[in-house]
Design a protein around this ligand. Structure first.
Ligand code: ADP
Ligand code: MG
Length: 570
């Protein structure tokens, strides 16, 4: 209780109403960076029992909040200062929205009266207007008695339907406003059923089942929406009862183990080309699936699509969806299961054909992984990490980079849902350490962050945050002296090439600077030993893994997106 003089009525203020509103709605952690006007909000939130995790840059705090949202299904909260801090957090908010992660960016802002007259306030900016087109919803609260409603609206907007990022603008003056404590308490809103189930229509379910059961070569594609939905048992039953092979998108890996007999990950090209009915479950037909057309897929008209998604407007976004199934994944999959009672199974000819292709590819990869090289190439460094995750399937793998991302995605098998966190829909670099911090805090599990040296550069200062909070995070940097490779040169001979970094950099020293463990390794055995030790000890660790600067290809596996390669094709 915030009492003033004993004979006066008890008052509460904007600060405490924000904190109370978050707590009432089950929010336990705030990721942010202090400064004007939210420094005291952070302090008071900590004093009131919320966990407040302070970062070195708002973008990393925002990424932490976003992935906390993905992991928990509750909106992750990011708290920033006005204009520049807000803009730094906004990148993460836009990225969260693009990835369908629930997140709320709360930023302090300058005085409306001055901002709207453009009179040049400290950090003046019309933040609400700027945030609006970049997120799912944006709200501003001007009066203390509206804080409860403002927070409730933000929470509901973030998690209901297709999840996404929400901006909540809180002007500095709001925090110091006082109102009667009882009035304040009754103004708070507990959001009931923030993400209501959405039951699919009966006809839509029948349409999907008819199509599926008529298929000769059915395929299920799981996207990160399926991982987010936390309908893990229903999803597993669907695969096992129907016997349909499945392909996990990157962050859906582990929903069923990558080593599951029906996992078609190692026969990706074959199944995308040859399937006659494809069921998308929480996956979009965006660039990551070649928009459902072109060389990756079968001839036009030979493949029919079923799509399960909570967002009706996702249907037909790229190609015709023959059986749209709109609803939440748990409800949709459960409804389908009622029609798949074991009497129907995916044709064995198709399943066996996939197995043959898979076994072949897995054997080829095993051979590649069994030939360690020094200096290490990417496969030599990934082989021990593949083994680490096999031995510790509950560890969380954070992964970003170009080659470091593309190759790790294929090589490292995942065994449990929501254990692989990566660059997502935009392929954005720099999410790694924010994700690692939140993953450790939200799950309490050890985190292995496998980072390209370039990707690490976007968020590297957060090693201090990891040491400060003493988090069980082991960062492995694949250090090949540059972006893609470390061999580029300036044709004029004046400067370093545009894609290279200081040769022989020792990133491990950065960790030592803050009291963490730093190790530099040059062989697969040294790498395995160092990671094992880090994950067993739980000590913040950074392993500088020296990779051959000549290993690695331009833009990893998406070099085709470079305009130069389009020119070359002509
Ligand atoms: P990926 O990149 O793994 O293919 P996407 O991000 O493209 O995954 O797709 C995720 C999809 O999942 C989005 O279209 C989103 O609307 C959907 N989605 C998210 N949560 C749910 C849910 N609970 N139920 C149904 N669909 C969901
Ligand atoms: Mg590199």
């Amino acid at each position: 209780m915030r009492a003033t003089a004993s004979e006066e009525p008890e008052l509460t203020d904007g600060f405490h109403l924000v904190i109370d509103a978050l707590k009432l709605n089950g929010i336990e952690t705030i990721y942010g960076l202090p400064g004007i006007p939210i420094t005291d909000l952070g302090r008071m939130a900590q004093a009131e029992g919320l966990r407040v995790v302070s970062f070195r840059h708002e973008q990393n705090a925002g990424n932490a909040a976003a992935i906390a949202g993905f992991l928990t299904g509750k909106p992750g909260i990011c708290l920033t200062v006005s204009a520049p801090g807000f803009l730094n957090g906004l990148t993460a908010l836009a990225n969260a929205t693009t990835n369908c992660f629930p997140m709320i960016l709360i930023s302090g802002s300058s005085e409306r009266e001055i901002v709207d007259l453009q009179q040049g306030d400290y950090e003046e900016m019309d933040q609400l207007a700027i945030a609006k087109p970049l997120c799912k919803a944006a709200f501003r609260v001007l009066h203390a008695e509206d804080i409860g409603i403002g927070v409730a609206r933000a929470i509901r907007a973030a998690v209901s339907g297709r999840p996404g990022g929400v901006y909540l603008d809180l002007p500095a003056k709001l925090f110091a406003q006082t109102i009667d404590v009882v009035k304040g308490k009754t103004s708070l809103v507990k959001v009931i059923d923030p993400a209501p189930v959405q039951i699919p229509g009966k006809d839509a379910v029948k349409r999907a089942l008819d199509l599926l059961k008529g298929a000769k070569r059915p395929l299920i594609i799981f996207g990160k929406g399926a991982a987010y939905a936390q309908a893990d048992d229903a999803v597993r039953d669907l695969v096992e009862k129907s016997g349909i092979p499945f392909l996990p998108m990157s962050m859906a890996k582990g929903l069923l183990p990558d080593t599951h007999p029906l996992c078609a990950g190692a026969a990706r090209s074959k199944v995308l080309k040859e399937a006659d009915v494809v069921m998308l479950v929480g996956a979009r037909l965006n660039w990551l699936l070649s928009h459902g057309k072109g060389k990756t897929w079968g001839a036009p008209g030979t493949q029919k699509f079923i799509q399960i998604d909570i967002e009706p407007r996702e249907m037909d976004s790229n190609i015709e969806i023959a059986a749209p199934l709109v609803g939440d994944i748990g409800s949709c999959v459960t409804a389908l299961l009622e029609g798949i009672d074991g009497s129907w199974k995916a044709p064995s000819e198709w399943v066996d054909g996939i197995k043959a292709k898979k076994d072949d590819n897995i054997a080829k990869m095993a051979k590649k992984l069994s030939q360690p090289k020094v200096p290490m190439d990417f496969h030599s460094a990934l082989a021990p990490l593949k083994q680490v995750i096999k031995e510790r399937p509950d560890a969380i793998l954070v992964n970003e980079g170009a080659n470091t991302l593309d190759l790790a995605r294929g090589v490292i098998d995942m065994y449990q849902p929501r254990k692989r966190l990566d660059v997502g829909t935009w392929g954005v670099m720099g999410v790694g350490l924010g994700f690692a911090v939140a993953a450790a805090i939200e799950t309490g599990k050890p985190v292995l962050a496998v980072e390209g040296d370039s990707a690490f550069g976007f968020c590297g200062m957060e090693v201090e945050t990891i040491c400060r909070y003493n988090l069980p995070v082991c960062i492995v940097i694949f250090n090949n002296d540059g972006i893609y490779r470390g061999t580029d040169a300036d044709p004029t001979g004046r400067d370093p090439g545009t894609t290279v970094f200081v040769k022989g950099s020792r990133y491990d020293k950065m960790m030592e600077a803050f009291g963490g463990v730093g190790v530099s390794v040059t062989t697969p055995n040294e790498l395995k030993r160092a990671v094992d030790e880090a994950l067993s000890s739980g000590k913040p660790t950074l392993i500088n893994a020296v990779i051959d600067p000549a290993a690695g290809t331009e833009s990893g596996r998406i070099g085709n997106l470079n305009p130069q390669s389009a020119l070359k094709k002509k």
